[in-house]
Write a protein that binds this ligand. Sequence first.
Ligand SMILES: [Zn+2]
Length: 353
Amino acid sequence: MTGKVAPKGASGTRATTPETGKPGQVASRAPAAKAVSSQGWEPKPPAALWRSKVLWSLVETTGYAALPSTFQDQLRAALTGTTPRSSQIQTAVANLLSSPKFVQATGKDQASFILSEMDQALPLLATYELGALSPLGAPFTLRETAALPTFEFSDRKASARVHRLELENQSIDVVVPSDGIFSPPHQHTVEEVAAAVAQLLPAARRLISQIVLSPRPLPNDERDERVPELSKDAYMTFARGGQVTIYPQPSLMAANHLAPALAHEAGHALGAEQFDGFFRALTRQGWNVWEEAMAADQLPPSKYGLKSVEEDVAETALIYLCTEGTAEFEEYRALFPRRFALLDQMMGRIPPL
Ligand SMILES: [Zn+2]
């Protein structure tokens, strides 16, 4: 089955979570207060005041009253929050409140308008809104350290060259085919990979131990067609042990897609490495505990998170990792309370149940 983590001990087996080669638009951090059309000549109020005005207008609607309490809690967090998705929800709700279509709707219809805006505010990938990548990046060194007569690439064995990337007490091996031939022809360079890794927060970066530049695409039988627009050209997969494989593409690969995609793979690393022990401690099988948390929280971490339980874990874990210690951490916790409670346990913040 695609998308499942490899069985324990199956080191080197791909966890088959193909990522898109087309990551889509980057979420903006535009200030929320801009989009209120009804303000007319009035001076713009400070953002926090504007946010509470939108919130209090909303809670008086029958649509808000018709929402399940989980969504009410999440909506209140979003309407007082500062993350890009919250800003988008604030703008959308402000526009709804002044739209005749919404004002004249029944409570039930108002509730579905609100839910639809919450869906639309989801980023495609959580990394795009996290602002967790440092544009300059940590200083690093890169040198070729070995020539391997055979290396097991995704579809065959071939000779390979190993480059060691060293940065901030960590080293990551980047493995490339010796002949340097990729088919389809476009693949990232070792230098691009090094620069992208250097942009990752150490918390995410330390989960990656090896990066392989595959000479061939992900084999067809490992693709996931459940989200067609995201499955066309598999970009990266993650395997147990911290190995990330990057696949060649038919068109040019933008170097700035690399760091967000690597950060997403780090989220998989958390899921794969921490989940086994975590679930053993809970004496529960499989991903049930996470699925229960997903069902309770409802709201997904990103559009990509909708693809499977594993993607949901990866996206949520990444948000957790990259915002811990910031003001946004509590805002995300309010959006995903049950998932964050599980991550607290997985990360050893509190003992297992
Ligand atoms: Zn993934």
